[in-house]
Design a protein around this ligand. Structure first.
Ligand code: C2E
Ligand code: MG
Ligand code: MG
Length: 489
């Protein structure tokens, strides 16, 4: 069947749609002819377990929603949802109860997402909801919150009260893409970020929290002042080499602690600076400050760590080369110890122009890393053309390592790919011993994450440089053993 028939049907007026009994997840239809079409669609896309259409239903429907949104200058959002209770419920109460859980979420989506939403079951423990007619991207966060709140309502499994939690990632047209593939990839990446944050989290694709207009305006003014008046700070997170346990690198991370309130996350202020056109000034300050700080680090074995600095997509332009040269010359910092982190996404627009910039940076002697690797534009053919020294495995992949077989397979393949191409691979977001062990088993020996060390202010970095992870770990284990021994007495 031609999927565009689904597209046509979705285009019917709301008045017509209301006159027909609504079948959850599918568009309502006006005439007998349309009902017949709907039955066909239902037959082809219907997922028996959830009672919703399957993911295949989405491309055609989304195309239609985007066409309508272009005409009406509105936004369309995709919300990817992941439920984290399926496996424990199956293990504790059996598969039937697990399946009941999927049905329950499907039924919640039918009501909580609103009558105009299209909800589909994406397999496993994932669902995707398409919302149309939104005034802006921000408008998608309220329904997402409503859905998560409904899912979190306590419910009964075999006479026991349980609470189910979910995470959501949002991408939207026109901000994050204008086709199914891009929007799905982006909301899925955002969902992985939300999962890394913990149950109940919502992330938008750009990673920034959906800010309301008033807060955005106030923040813009405050951020401009902070950039102009040296009001930002840097924290540094060590990276460890598991072969010898030493700190092999340190990533500089921008911090903003406004005097009149709570700390603001980089996920909020970096995209804001990009939109305001001040990311160039912010990035230049970060680079200079980080080179100045790192120039003082001394390592016991005379091989001080490399310094990693994040570079925004907007900084990949002609002027950046001079900014890098100025920073390293001023701090007398060896360029081979500077690694600039760009994201896969930043190469998506004009690859040839980006390649020309990267070649200039490389000519200065600096290293280049691909940050958040594995979530975006990972293409083998591009990888072979890129002058990259390291791939940074995204933390969303590391997060699911122990529990998700597909994640583990992707991580293993990326590590093997790095070896084949002679490109280093570092895993970020390592939070548990289990993840660390698996990474080691897969042959990844460079790691960064809260398990090993959190970002710290400059003053604390030198102290960390003399510690080795193996020693820290055995020290931690010895303390554990001592505690257990004392408890047993
Ligand atoms: P990133 O470059 O991928 O940096 C890693 C982020 O993961 C940091 O978040 C770090 O604090 C966090 N992280 C490290 N270990 C763990 C872990 O074990 N678990 C979890 N859940 N998180 C971990 P942070 O500092 O909030 O920065 C977020 C992002 O903001 C960075 O992601 C980077 O994309 C951007 N950013 C930060 N500083 C700068 C900067 O100076 N310039 C630019 N352009 N972007 C920056
Ligand atoms: Mg980074
Ligand atoms: Mg990263």
């Amino acid at each position: 069947m031609d999927r565009s028939s689904g597209v046509q049907i979705l285009g019917r007026s709301k008045a017509a749609a209301r006159s027909i009994p609504y079948r959850a997840g599918y568009p309502s239809l006006a005439t007998a002819e349309h009902r017949a079409q709907a039955a066909l669609i239902a037959g082809e896309y219907h997922d028996a377990l959830s009672g919703l259409p399957g993911l295949d239903y989405l491309p055609g429907s989304l195309r239609c929603l985007i066409t309508q949104a272009r005409r009406s200058h509105q936004a369309v959002a995709l919300i990817a949802l992941n439920i984290d209770e399926y496996r424990p419920v199956c293990e504790a109460f059996g598969r039937t109860e697990g399946n009941r859980l999927i049905k329950r979420v499907a039924s919640i989506l039918r009501t909580a997402a609103g009558p105009e939403a299209i909800a589909v079951f994406a397999g496993g423990t994932s669902f995707v909801v398409a919302l149309s007619g939104l005034a802006s991207t921000v408008a998608a966060s309220a329904p997402a919150q409503r859905i998560l709140a409904a899912i979190a309502q306590p419910y009964d499994v075999a006479g026991q009260e349980l609470q189910m939690m979910a995470c959501a990632g949002i991408s939207s047209f026109p901000n994050d893409g204008d086709d199914y593939e891009t929007l799905l990839r982006n909301c899925t990446a955002a969902m992985h970020e939300a999962m890394a944050e913990g149950p109940g989290a919502i992330r938008t694709h750009s990673g920034n929290v959906a800010l309301d207009a008033k807060r955005r305006l106030r923040l813009r003014a405050d951020l401009s002042r902070a950039i102009a008046n040296n009001g930002l700070a840097l924290h540094y997170q060590p990276q460890f080499d598991l072969c010898d346990g030493r700190v092999s690198g340190v990533e500089a991370l921008a911090r903003w602690f406004p005097s009149n309130g709570r700390a603001i996350e980089p996920r909020v202020f970096i995209p804001l600076a990009e939109q305001m056109g001040t990311i160039g000034a912010l990035g230049a300050w970060v680079l200079q400050e980080a080179c100045k700080g790192a120039a003082t680090w001394q390592a016991a074995d005379d091989s001080p760590p490399i310094l990693c600095v994040n570079v925004s997509t907007r900084q990949i332009d002609k002027s950046m080369c001079a900014v890098i040269r100025h920073a390293i010359e001023r701090a007398q910092f060896p360029p081979q110890r500077l690694e600039l982190e760009i994201t896969e996404g930043s190469l998506q627009g004009n690859l040839d122009r980006a390649l020309a910039c990267l070649a200039e940076w490389k000519a200065l002697g600096v290293r280049i890393a691909l940050d958040d690797f594995g979530t975006g534009f990972s293409s083998m053919s591009h990888l072979s053309r890129l002058p990259v020294d390291r791939l940074k495995l995204d933390k969303s992949l590391v997060y699911g390592l122990a529990t998700n077989r597909r994640n583990a397979a992707i991580v293993r393949s990326i590590i093997a790919l790095g070896k084949e191409l002679d490109i280093g691979v570092i895993a970020e977001g390592v939070e548990t011993e289990e993840q660390l062990q698996l990474l080691e088993d897969f042959g990844c020996t460079q790691v960064q994450g809260y398990l090993l060390a959190r970002p710290v202010p400059l003053a604390a970095v030198q102290g960390l440089l003399s510690s080795r992870w193996g020693m820290r770990r055995s020290h931690a284990r010895a303390l554990d053993a001592d505690t257990q021994r004392l408890e047993a007495l």
